[in-house]
Design a protein around this ligand. Structure first.
Ligand SMILES: O=C(O)C1=C[C@@H](OP(=O)(O)O)[C@@H](O)[C@H](O)C1
Ligand SMILES: C=C(OP(=O)(O)O)C(=O)O
Length: 419
């Protein structure tokens, strides 16, 4: 348990850690590339460590330096992992490796922690089965553990529901250039979390592979394209930066976050604009963004493009005048925890009036009071509610180590910064 001390106004400059989403994609592209790829400034955290270790089980050799990892590309010739692959609760690692496993001969078994074994993946398995691949949920409950029988996936036309997670689509997109034939992925229904697909297309392009995106409904990938060896620098994580911007917003301070690409395709790079709508001032610099806190007003906003900063916004809403309503968030219920329920419980504990539905949450600030915050082993619960502790005396965060998933030194950076 860690206690957060209130401060007058958050002021200063802090560096964002590197992007979890880009790092895990970069590892996979590098593993498939022809030749050696040097990844500069990858994120070192639980989720990316699980990815790297898994790749080593597929016979990919990596060499770690201080701020870089060198990956020896396999040109797609993977070894069958001898042992089951364990990925903790890293959604990207589990989902991305599911299609990757189809490129290795023989059977690959993938599993994760208790929560990962409750996170659905059946839509992706069904899409892989359309290529004649054997892809099974071992307990037949639509969730990991999985058994994937690899070979030479044939590609062709695949249909994939888009409403639960964009990670299924990313998983297929990354591997499709290595299928036997061209691939057409047809999305059923509305695709959720679209900017994460933009991240996928962006890094694939940098590595030399093109995808034709027809309005997020159909994606065409030509077979025979290859990822090219290169030095690739991972940009900063816009989701991780959100907690520092929120600190400025709720305390009326001014915070600059560096190691950020203001032109990034990460959806969460727009979070400062959300704070701007609530009343803050935003200044965009070269590789940095500054947010200055001002009196805040509640807003109504669809956050489907920014699922990972909904918790940050919900905490900021505690300090705004009037109600904040967030919509478009149904898939928050299948992330590290049921985030809609977790927010409802913890915000209510702090004294807010909260209404939650299948895909929305509304927060009416009330008289705020101290509490021990349950994190439900969700890194974003820990980091978001730390922000509340800058204003409300007596906020304690249970199980703060859960931040290791994406931002291992979060509390050091957060507290050093304000001391
Ligand atoms: O592709 C990615 O890197 C991610 C996609 C998002 O998941 P969904 O597409 O399941 O919303 C996001 O929540 C997750 O943290 C990272
Ligand atoms: C949802 C998240 O992660 P994942 O789905 O990759 O486990 C997250 O980091 O907020």
């Amino acid at each position: 348990m860690i206690e957060i001390k209130p401060i007058k106004a958050a002021r200063g400059t802090v560096e964002a850690p590197s992007s979890k989403s880009y790092t895990n994609r970069a590892f996979l592209l590098a593993a498939l590339a022809e030749g050696t790829v040097r990844l500069e400034r990858p994120l070192f955290s639980d989720d990316t460590r699980y990815m790297r270790r898994a790749l080593e089980q597929f016979g990919v050799t990596c060499h770690e330096e201080k701020e870089a990892v060198t990956v020896n590309g396999t040109s797609g010739a993977l070894r069958t992992p001898k042992d089951e692959i364990f990925v903790g609760n890293a959604g990207t690692t589990m989902r991305f490796l599911t299609t990757f496993s189809t490129l290795a001969p023989g059977q690959t078994r993938l599993t994760g922690d208790e929560r990962m074994q409750e996170r659905p993946i059946e839509d992706l398995l069904q899409a892989l089965r359309q290529m004649g691949i054997r892809a099974e949920s071992v307990r037949n409950n639509q969730c990991p553990p999985l058994l994937i029988e690899g070979g030479s996936p044939r590609g062709g036309t695949l249909s994939l529901p888009g409403d639960k997670s964009s990670q299924y689509l990313t998983s297929i997109l990354i591997c499709a250039p290595y299928f036997q034939n061209d691939t057409l992925i047809e999305i059923e229904g509305e695709l959720t979390s679209k900017p994460y697909v933009d991240i996928t297309l962006d890094i694939m392009k940098t590595f030399g592979v093109n995808v034709r995106n027809e309005s997020y409904r159909r994606f065409h990938i030509a077979a025979g394209q290859h990822y090219q060896a290169q030095t690739y620098r991972v940009e900063g994580d816009a989701s991780s930066a959100s907690y520092f911007f929120a600190a400025a917003a709720v305390t009326g301070g001014a915070v600059t976050v560096t190691h950020l690409n203001p032109k990034s395709v990460q959806g969460d790079i727009q979070f400062p604009r959300v704070l701007e709508r609530m009343g803050c001032e935003v200044e965009i610099g070269d590789e940095k963004i500054t947010v200055t806190g001002k009196p805040l007003r509640g807003i109504t906003i669809n956050m489907n493009n920014m699922p990972d900063v909904v918790q940050t916004l919900a905490v900021v809403a505690l300090f705004a005048e009037g109600k904040t309503t967030v919509t478009g968030i149904a898939n928050l219920r299948i992330k590290e925890t049921d985030r809609i329920q977790a927010l409802e419980t913890e915000l209510t504990q702090l004294g807010a009036q909260v209404e939650a539905g299948d895909d929305f949450l509304s927060i009416e600030p009330g008289e705020l009071k101290p509490a021990a915050i349950e994190t439900y082993n969700d890194h974003r619960m820990a980091m978001s509610f730390a922000v509340a502790g800058l204003r409300i005396p007596g906020i304690r965060i249970k199980n703060p180590k859960c931040v290791d998933k994406s931002f291992p030194d979060f509390f050091e950076r957060f507290q050093n910064f304000y001391d």
